[in-house]
Design a protein around this ligand. Structure first.
Ligand code: URP
Ligand code: ZN
Ligand code: ZN
Length: 489
């Protein structure tokens, strides 16, 4: 790929005011064709044959895919857990996202003990402002307590007033994040009238708590007990319960990190019945086997994420569900804890190992190589899973998630032949290990633009802190209006 005249210093830093991308293969969820694409300022100004600018910069994208920037609706930057904090803040985490072709993340603001929802959101806005992210950021609110006066009204106002149009509730993590069914159902009733999508972490936290306590009482402390105390049916039971409660409440529901075939079953049934239910899985569930938790010594702690990794048949079923539409999104659930000192908190007790793993940078190249190149999904389906569907479900469309005149110029110019090796030595996250260490793939982002400005340029991370912005998302089912207007070319 060649890059023609470069702009001056200021434009080098902020990105040129206009960019013409010539001859790329434009891929959206529904189309795939060779064309030129012109960016003016922050938005897409034109798509067509033989566009000739004028433009500050011309990129020859022959042989490359030009795709909408990926939207990762499930990340945990600067996120407190188990007495520590995930080791990527909104700077390093969004640098890692950008390097992997993700131009928008929707992260979780956790309601803190003793705080109102509004107080917690203020804390999270400060985290983002301090970190000056390099990609756009939205928030889900993770609700832990609705018992204070005015909580339900406050929750109801978040979609329209704060652009926080999704509520996450945890059915597990007893004693910290877990809510009871009454709280879950209350939140669902509020969501049904306020225009929010309800997200659930679906595992039966009470049953898991009993299993964990008895394993520890019997002296079992190793990482493999993370998996042994979280059987697939605890996930299936909670998934089914959440689906039924959401149906009664009339709320749209999104089940995060579906890991196994047992949990897919109720999801598939509900979707076949036309219920407003969607599900995601995450990259790690497509690749990591439960046996990873049994690695010698304490190595298994690297694979302590929740729900735990499952087996071969589950992975096959998840791939089919991604292809066939039973699952709508592939997220990363990027929640990194360093092996050296953070995972080590649970050296003598598996239940104290911080739950989570990195992956925001790996999602696109892994899905492209093992999904598209190996024939499991089409290229357009990849774009749909990584960009278009998360943008639509989370109130970012049509501004994001597609290639259209007027939409934000969040783009990935993707070289399908680029060799990459997944490794902690080369990724941009602060974490000291990779779930996919040594995995070689073909295909990776070459240039990534956030609202027209490069964050990755010809394979180099060039992002400047502060390029990203907080995005107020639309209410569930409503469009987020585009900001750019079609300009004559
Ligand atoms: O293990 C995980 N998934 N950690 C992040 C928090 C969550 O449950 O999503
Ligand atoms: Zn979760
Ligand atoms: Zn998560």
């Amino acid at each position: 790929m060649s890059v023609l005249p470069r702009a001056g210093d200021e434009e080098e830093r902020l990105g040129p005011a206009s960019t013409l991308i010539k001859g790329g293969r434009l891929v959206t969820a529904s189309e795939d064709f060779v064309a030129d694409l012109l960016i003016r300022g922050e938005t897409i100004a034109a798509i067509g044959d033989s566009l000739d600018g004028p433009a500050n910069r011309v990129i020859d994208a022959t042989g490359r895919y030009v795709m909408p920037g990926c939207v990762d609706p499930h990340t945990h930057m600067d996120s407190p857990q188990a007495g520590t904090v995930s080791c990527d803040n909104f700077t390093s985490g969004t640098l890692s996202a950008a390097a992997g072709g993700t131009t928008t993340i929707v992260d979780f603001c956790f309601q803190q003990p003793g705080q109102t929802l509004g107080q917690s959101l203020a804390t999270w806005h400060e985290k983002v402002a301090r970190a000056r992210p390099v990609v756009d950021v939205g928030f889900h609110i993770a609700v832990t307590d609705l018992s204070y006066a005015g909580a339900l009204d406050e929750l109801a106002r978040l979609p329209a007033e704060q652009g926080v149009s999704s509520y996450k509730l945890f059915m597990a993590y007893k004693g910290s994040l877990m809510v009871d069914d009454g709280t879950l159902f209350e939140a669902m009733r509020v969501a049904a009238r306020s225009g929010a999508l309800v997200l659930v972490h679906a595992e039966n936290g009470d049953a898991i708590d009993v299993l964990v306590s008895s394993a520890l009482a019997e002296g079992h402390t190793e990482p493999c007990w993370h998996e042994l105390t979280r059987p697939a049916l605890t996930e299936a039971e909670a998934t089914s319960r959440a689906i039924h409660l959401a149906r009664i409440a009339g709320a749209p529901l999104y089940v995060v990190h579906v890991s196994c075939r047992e949990a897919l079953e109720p999801l598939v049934r509900a979707r076949e019945a036309g219920w407003q239910v969607w599900g995601e899985t995450c990259t790690q569930y497509l690749f990591v086997d439960r046996s990873a938790l049994y690695a010698p010594g304490f190595e298994g702690a690297k694979y302590v994420f929740t729900p735990p990794p499952r087996g071969e048949e589950d992975r096959e079923r998840l791939w089919r569900a991604l292809d066939g539409g039973s699952l709508s999104v592939l997220s990363s659930d990027h929640c990194p804890f360093r092996f050296a000192d953070q995972k080590a908190l649970g050296r003598d007790d598996f239940s104290r190992i911080p739950n989570g793993a990195p992956g925001v940078e790996n999602r696109l190249p892994m899905l492209h190589h093992f999904g598209v190149r190996e024939g499991r999904i089409s290229l357009s389906r990849m774009v749909e899973l990584l960009s278009t569907e998360p943008a639509r479900l989370f109130g970012l469309a049509p501004r994001k998630g597609t290639l259209a005149v007027g939409a934000d110029a969040d783009l990935v110019i993707f070289d399908p032949e680029r060799p990459l090796t997944m490794s902690a030595r080369t990724h941009h996250s602060n974490v000291d290990y990779s779930l996919f260490e040594g995995t070689r793939v073909l295909g990776g982002p070459e240039t990534v633009l956030v609202r027209g400005a490069p964050v990755v340029d010809e394979g180099e991370l060039v992002a400047v802190p502060g390029q990203g912005r907080f995005v107020k998302r639309a209410r569930f089912g409503e469009p987020l209006p585009v900001r750019g207007a079609a300009s004559p070319v």
